[in-house]
Structure formats: C-alpha cells, structure tokens
Design a binder for this molecule. Structure first.
Ligand code: AHM
Ligand code: MG
Length: 339
C-alpha cells in the first residue's frame, strides 16, 4: 500500500465502548447492564466536557447562587454537570438510585428494575472552574441490596467501598481522560475530539511503589496532626517535589502516573477531613488500590470504612505504597508518644 495511504488507514485503537463490550466477559453473571452504565457515564462525560470547554462563551461561569448540602457555594458548572450525569444515568436505565455531592437526598431514578446504584461527585475541583485549571468527575458503582423491582433504599447507597463493582474518574485537563476499574486492573482512555471517542491510551495503569511528589494544601500545615507534619518535613528534607492542583482528580492522576502521595488530613477547621467518603474517596481508593497503591484515613483502609451518612467526610491519604506506609508509621509513632 502507498505509504501516504498507509498513514491514514492505521488503527485508531480501541474505543471505550468496544473495550467495555470486550471486557463484559469479566462478569459471568452480568448481562450487559454494567457495560451500558459505563457507556452512559462516558456519554455524560463528553457532554460535560463540552460545557466546560464553552463555559466562558455561553455564560455558565461563576456561582449559581445556591449552596449544596455541605454548605458550599455551587458553581453554575457544578449544577450543569450534576444534571447531565443524573440525566444520562436515569435515561440509560441501568441505575435505580444516584447520590451526588450536589444533592441533599438520594435520587430515585424510577428505574426500579435496575440492578445498580451510583455515587458521584459530578464536578470535582470547583475552585478551578473559572481559571482554566483541571477539573474532574468521580463515580462509584454498587450493586443494590434491596430486591429488584422495588424502590431503592438508603441501604442501597450506603455501602462500604469494598462493595464497589466499578469506579472511575474523568479528568478534564490538558487532555481529557476517563480512567476506570471494575476490579480487574485500571485502564485509561484519552478523548479524541476529532472523532468524539475515548480511545484506550493507558492500558493496565500501575502505581509506582514509591514516589517523590507530595501534594497537600500548604496553608493547612500547622493544623495537621503532628505525624503528618513530620512526614511533610521528611519530604522536604529529601527534596521531594511539592505539587498541588486543588482538584483531587488531577492530583491523584498525576501521582498515579508519576509516583507520589496526596494528603487531605483532618484539620482544626475540618476535624473529620474535607473530602467526601462516598463521592470522592471510595472511588479513588478503589482505583489506586487496583493499580497497586494504598488509600487510608491514617488509621484504616478507606474501602473498609462503614458509611453512616451520604455526605460523610474522612481524612484521605492516597498514593504510592511506600509513601503511604511511611506517613502511617509516623502517625502511629506520634500516637504512641502521646499514649
Ligand atoms: P469540591 O468537590 O467542592 O470541588 O471540593 C473538593 C476539592 C478537591 O478536588 C481538592 O483536592 C480539595 O477540594 C481542595 O481543597 P482546598 O482548597 O481546601 O485545598
Ligand atoms: Mg469534589
């Protein structure tokens, strides 16, 4: 074949939809519902991405004038992303309930024959919205507990992270990626704008066992537990690189690719931590563990925390195994000194 023609007929790679369909055999009990659900999330991600890209042009920058149930000011794009994901999941038909960082209560989608529930942060990193910095979306999928055919209950959505059947994030950055796991490794897909598809670009993502990047909000340092302050001093003395985007998805994504640790510990202002167990921490903990990393609240594995309420917060330490183990040791050593 002519060399010029050859360039234009080489494979575009595996699209997200095709990859999901191929992986359906990982779930012998599944009949394609989870695959459809993941495709619905992929579709919503494209629509949200379009809104983000055009936000300055179509008047959806800035605050929406409302607060979410955590008392935080919602941005217009938070609301847009929330509506887009809930609509895609409702119309897709595979989800009976959704809980969202932007909603006070569980949403009953009306699909009472559906097997799955979704917990999500539709747009993570809201403070980055108006300044062209990275943003994310985060999701967790659980199998419902209540019988199929009945309305969903709160027990369906308040499950431990170990019960997740799938989780993932979308990063809207210098390029857009969708990264997900169904408990069989982690795969990343980069969005090709020209054809409107996510294409497999990062197969079988692995967390490096150790790293040299540490990510935390410096302004909170003196409010952190002493063990965390000791760890940060250790990072500085070893001349590690400090990197903090202010959007959890971006910080975790970078550390997953390059090796590092992200910390949002308890502070005096937020004694239970800032980040939300159900909407943010569980999904990222599942992904990072699947890639060989570790996620803890400083005392226990994030995935084993028993949730008691939808909007529950927890301290979050996540990343390369050796780094998370080091900070955990330092926290423990300090507690032993106090005891
Ligand atoms: P959000 O879901 O309202 O955007 O808040 C979560 C974000 C995380 O993405 C980020 O890691 C953290 O809040 C930053 O918080 P801070 O500004 O306190 O450092
Ligand atoms: Mg968030």
């Amino acid at each position: 074949m002519n060399a010029d023609v050859q360039k234009y007929v080489s494979s575009i790679g595996i699209t997200l939809d095709r990859f999901i369909a191929q992986r359906q055999s990982d779930f012998p009990y599944a009949k394609g519902e989870l695959s459809q659900l993941l495709r619905d999330i992929g579709l919503a991600a494209k629509v949200v991405n379009k809104a983000i890209m055009n936000s300055g042009l179509i008047g959806i920058e800035g605050p929406a004038g409302e607060q979410n149930s955590s008392g935080e000011d919602q941005q217009k794009l938070d609301v847009v992303a929330n509506v887009r994901f809930i609509r895609a999941l409702t119309r897709g038909g595979e989800v009976c309930a959704v809980i969202s960082e932007e909603e006070d209560e569980m949403i009953d989608t009306g699909n009472h024959n559906a097997k799955y529930v979704v917990a999500m942060d539709p747009l993570d990193g809201s403070s980055n919205i108006d300044v062209n910095m990275p943003l994310g979306s985060i999701f967790s999928v659980y199998r419902r507990k209540s019988p199929i055919g009945t309305p969903p209950t709160i027990e369906d959505v308040l499950q431990r992270g170990t019960e997740q059947v799938a989780a993932g994030y979308i990063i809207y950055g210098s390029s857009n990626m969708l990264v997900y796991t169904t408990g069989h490794g982690v795969n990343g897909f980069t969005y090709d704008f020209s054809i409107g598809e996510f294409i497999l670009s990062h197969p079988n993502m692995r967390s490096q066992d150790d790293g040299k990047i540490f990510s935390y909000n410096e302004g909170n340092l003196y409010d952190f537990p002493q063990g965390i302050q000791d760890f940060i001093e250790h990072c500085r003395q070893n001349k590690f690189s400090a990197r903090y985007v202010g959007a959890l998805v971006a910080d975790v994504h970078r550390n997953l690719l390059k090796g590092g640790i992200f910390l949002y510990p308890a502070t005096k202002k937020a004694p239970k931590g800032k980040l939300r167990l159900m909407f943010e921490c569980n999904a990222l903990a599942f992904l990072v563990e699947q890639a060989g990393g570790v996620a803890t609240d400083g005392e226990q594995r994030i995935l084993e925390i028993v949730p008691t309420e939808m909007h529950q917060r927890c301290p979050f330490i996540v990343g390369s195994k050796a780094m998370v183990e080091k900070v955990t040791e330092m926290l423990k050593a300090h507690k032993e000194v106090l005891a």
